[in-house]
Design a protein around this ligand. Structure first.
Ligand code: SAM
Length: 220
């Protein structure tokens, strides 16, 4: 959960970075209407996500955790012309708000979006038919990150990029004694997820120390 109190650095970024309007405001308003405004990517994180998609020269991207489409519009924007985003969301209310925005944005930019509603552990099995993907963004259920990683090891192309958000669990991965909403299982899963990406010979990975923590990795 991102803090509502912005630092001077964040205020500078808000003022300096261009937005994808009118869609960015519509995605954020839709998240606010669900009382979930604090869990979409910050603008600077969304810009970083788009840059990663561009860097990977992706035609085919997949994201886990659509919410109301904010990260999705940035992924679509970064894809190559005619590229496709598969976006996975468990909550029908979230998908109902995201789908029209993503579809309109995609059609204006000559890209395609394939929304998949359901628990990602099931919809990932459906998406497997489209593999290999060039780019994967993980921002779904924190207790399932290891499952998402194991799936990505099979379904991301060699040389493709994976970006994961919230890998610090607001600091809870440190196991220091302070109040936070994360369970022991979520902490353990995230520690194992980070370790596997950083230590496995299958990946080249690097933390991007944002407030919530990104982990960026390229598959060997
Ligand atoms: C942090 S939000 C995603 C934010 C979004 N990527 C953005 O920046 O706009 C996490 C989303 O993952 C969804 N989610 C949680 N568990 C899931 C699961 N098992 N399968 C698919 N989606 C899930 C939630 O409903 C929520 O919409």
């Amino acid at each position: 959960m991102r803090s509502k109190e912005l630092t001077p650095q964040e205020i500078y970024l808000q003022q300096t970075l261009p937005s994808l309007e009118p869609y960015e405001t519509q995605c954020r308003k839709a998240a606010d209407s669900l009382n979930l405004g604090g869990i979409s990517l910050a603008k600077s994180e969304a810009h970083f996500l788009r840059w990663c998609v561009q860097l990977s020269q992706a035609d085919k991207a997949l994201e886990i955790g659509t919410l109301t489409g904010l990260s999705g519009i940035y992924i679509l924007d970064g894809l190559k012309p005619k590229g496709t985003l598969w976006t996975l969301e468990k909550n029908p209310q979230h998908m109902e708000k995201a789908k029209p925005l993503l579809q309109q944005f995609a059609s204006e930019r000559n890209k395609q979006v394939k929304p998949l509603l359901g628990d990602a552990r099931e919809t990932l099995a459906m998406a497997e038919a489209e593999s290999p993907f060039d780019f994967i963004f993980i921002d779904g259920n924190k207790a399932a990150y290891l499952d998402y990683l194991i799936w990505s090891e099979k379904n991301l192309k060699s040389g493709g990029y994976l970006l994961a958000d919230n890998v610090f669990l607001s600091g809870a991965v440190s196991e220091l004694d302070f109040e936070h909403p994360f369970s022991k299982k979520q902490i353990h899963v995230m520690q194992e997820f980070n370790k596997r990406l950083l230590e496995s010979p299958a990946w080249r990975a690097c933390f991007v120390p944002t407030v919530e923590g990104f982990l960026l990795a390229q598959k060997n």
